[in-house]
Design a protein around this ligand. Sequence first.
Ligand code: C2E
Ligand code: MG
Ligand code: MG
Length: 692
Amino acid sequence: MSQEKRRQKAKFRILKKNKIWVTTIFCLAVTLLAMVFISVFASSLFTYYANKVILDEYDAISYMARIYDINSVEEGDNIFNMLNEEGRTYYITDNHGDIIYINGDNTMGTSKGIVELPTIQFDGTTVNEKVLVYVDNATEGLLETDEDGNVSISAKSVLSWLYSVDQRANINFDTERSTADLPIWISVNVKGGTQKFFGKAIFRVSMTDIMFLGAFLLAGMLLVVCVIFLMIANMITTMLGQRRITNAFFTDPVTKDKNWMWFCYKGEQILKKRKNASRQFVILDLVFVRYRNYCVCHSVSEGEDFLCQVNKIVKKNLKKQELCTHYASANFAVLLEFSDKESLEKRISEIISQLEKIDSEHKFTFHVGVFFVERRINPKNKKFAGRKDINIEREYNNACTARSTLEGNDDSGIAYFDTELVEEQKWIDMVQENQRQAVENEEFVIHYQPKYDPKNNELRGVEALIRWDSPNFGFKAPTTFIPIFEKNGFIPEIDHYMIRHVARAQKAWLDAGYKCVPASVNVSRAHFIEKDLAEQIRDDVDSEGAPHELIEIELTESAFFDDKKTMIETICKLKEYGFQVSMDDFGAGYSSLNSLKDMPLDVLKLDAGFFSGDFDDNRGEIVVSDTIKLAKNLNMVTVAEGVEFKEQVEFLAEQGCDMIQGYFYARPMPADEYILKMERTKAENEIINPES
Ligand code: C2E
Ligand code: MG
Ligand code: MG
């Protein structure tokens, strides 16, 4: 998986992750924590309050207990008088829990008239002991001191005590002072732990205190509610923000509709998760041809409006689970479901015809590349199985490859992807990768095809034709790589390479005493847009020291349709420098009679197409003979290409054709073979063979 793809998947994963859950869990956790905090805080506050309220009472009871503890009962009623003076109800129990004194009166261990207190919990300690107390028939609470004689009252103990106090409890409300007195027993261990002193204390709760506490708690709770509210608000903002980011991530800046990312994401979902694996899908690359021209003639914003309309129209034609999105430039990616190829083609044609008529005044052109998304067959049950290895980008790329075969077509059309296209694409990539290295390593070799005068069979000229002798992929004909160089912009380099090498060879042969004839070199039409092309060619030839009249420049007919003015200027300059200029492949493709009128050319090369097929046909002969006449009238030399038969040579000789280049005479051949076809000059012959 490419790094880009991995990055994209990671982005999808982030978007897919529903952050709302994280926020919700976080919110819940904070709420829980806040609640725990509130209860701990409330409990501590209440404990502090309870302790504060009970402390004086406790001091009074423990003072009484100490009086009883340090004095001996045998000393008479003095102790009890002292205790009674305190004005509190108290009783003392023995180590069996039986009451031995109530308010100084010896009960002799009786329990008559005593009520049972419920079991009460203090500080989490269970007081299991059933304390029997005679106190105004009321059930009241009990506080026990610990081993050190200290009493500690917690919120929990107070609450459980309040809870345990039943209806009969002596709770006195003082409405004037706004207080409530709650009776509570405090027990203190005395006499070395063998007895317990129980004193009745009053737990006085002030309404002001309670209100203050309540207000304090309320404020705390309000604070927590505020925090929770803020968190929920934050959660909603996050959600909205996330939705906005997701929308931006999946929005196309041109159509303001869903974008390519969304197409990949949704498309893969549809194709991977289709329940019925027998459902068939295609991916289309739909392109509005000459979008750039449209933008130049109108404006970029009008161009974008046009793309919006295209998007709208295509989308109108979609069914459920079908997608369309703007990809880039004027390309749209479309996912369609289909049952058979015929109905699919009909449907695509219908969409194209709707698009062509967007504007009633113009007819627009649309090219569509179609890629059939393969289905898998389960080898076990031979049924269609779902596919997990869907890669929308790859599938769309295949549709683009199919669409690219329509490039150059002026009419709308549909092209289907097949595996040959992949091989073609691989070859194009390979050529592109190797081209520069090939020039550096001089892998391009020149073959020469002689041109003969049909009247006397004399060598009159030669055409230099390129071949690629590659160590990587063998010997290749120019038709396999020249069109690729023309498209990828490498052709000027090749043309210069050829001109320099041909000039070098001509110079070498001249120096070696051969009777050299003009060698023609093909210069691609793509190269002809350069304004200083004539100067470049002149410099190439001069750098090798070859005479200009031994170099001829061949231009293909289609080149004459480009920038006519520049072309005429270049031809004139080339002629001025002494080069011959010829029109190659005359008669192939478009009619170029008009070009003949304007271009001051030296040579006219009749296309091989004139001589292929049924040449005996009278009409063909008329065309050829009249073309030769026309060229002659224009003072042009004529060359017939692709001549393979004797009758053709005889006919052309009769018509006055100046030269013939074809298999009848010779095929293109390597330089060493061509040398054998050239004559030595007289002087050279004399030097080589002085006796002859
Ligand atoms: P072209 O310039 O029209 O070259 C003539 C082509 O016709 C050559 O094919 C040649 O081998 C072929 N031919 C010649 N006589 C016959 C015949 O009797 N019968 C048949 N069937 N074919 C014949 P080649 O060498 O494959 O070149 C093909 C084309 O590639 C050339 O067409 C030219 O357009 C282009 N090309 C070749 N070399 C170069 C070059 O160095 N630079 C550029 N820019 N293009 C080149
Ligand atoms: Mg040629
Ligand atoms: Mg030709």
